[in-house]
Design a protein. Structure first.
Length: 131
């Protein structure tokens, strides 16, 4: 039995298989998962689980070299914009439609119960050693 970290077997497996430059998404409850991209669906109810603790758990386990969020989050959802800026400093801002387009190249999407606008972050896996 694992001592700590992500216990959800499917999510832990996807995270363990990431390689340098792989894309993955931590998303809200309504994010349209592109065809062919696996979804790890954590939704229980709207708002459960919230995006914040899921993102924190993922970031505690994975090296991330860059991130992108919807530019619209800054005006429509300042609370999540602040979370993204704290969790992934320097996250690029792209239009929401572009974020959805980019997610087609993701290895997987983690869908949370987040029920607020633009609660989606595209992450690029890094490496845990100097390159």
């Amino acid at each position: 039995m694992k001592r700590a970290g992500i216990l959800h077997a499917e999510l832990a497996g996807h995270l363990a298989r990431l390689s340098h430059t792989d894309l993955f998404v931590v998303a809200d409850s309504g994010f349209p998962v592109p065809p062919g991209v696996p979804a790890v669906d954590l939704r229980v109810l709207y708002g459960l689980p919230r995006l914040e603790p899921v993102l924190e758990a993922v970031l505690a386990e994975v090296v991330v070299e860059s991130a992108a969020v919807a530019a619209e989050v800054d005006d429509a959802n300042p609370e999540l914009a602040a979370l993204f800026d704290s969790a992934a400093p320097g996250a690029a801002r792209v239009l929401h439609d572009e974020l959805k387009r980019l997610s087609a190249a993701a290895r997987f999407v983690v869908r949370t119960g987040e029920a607020t606008p633009y609660g989606n972050i595209l992450l690029t896996a890094g490496v845990a050693f100097a390159v």
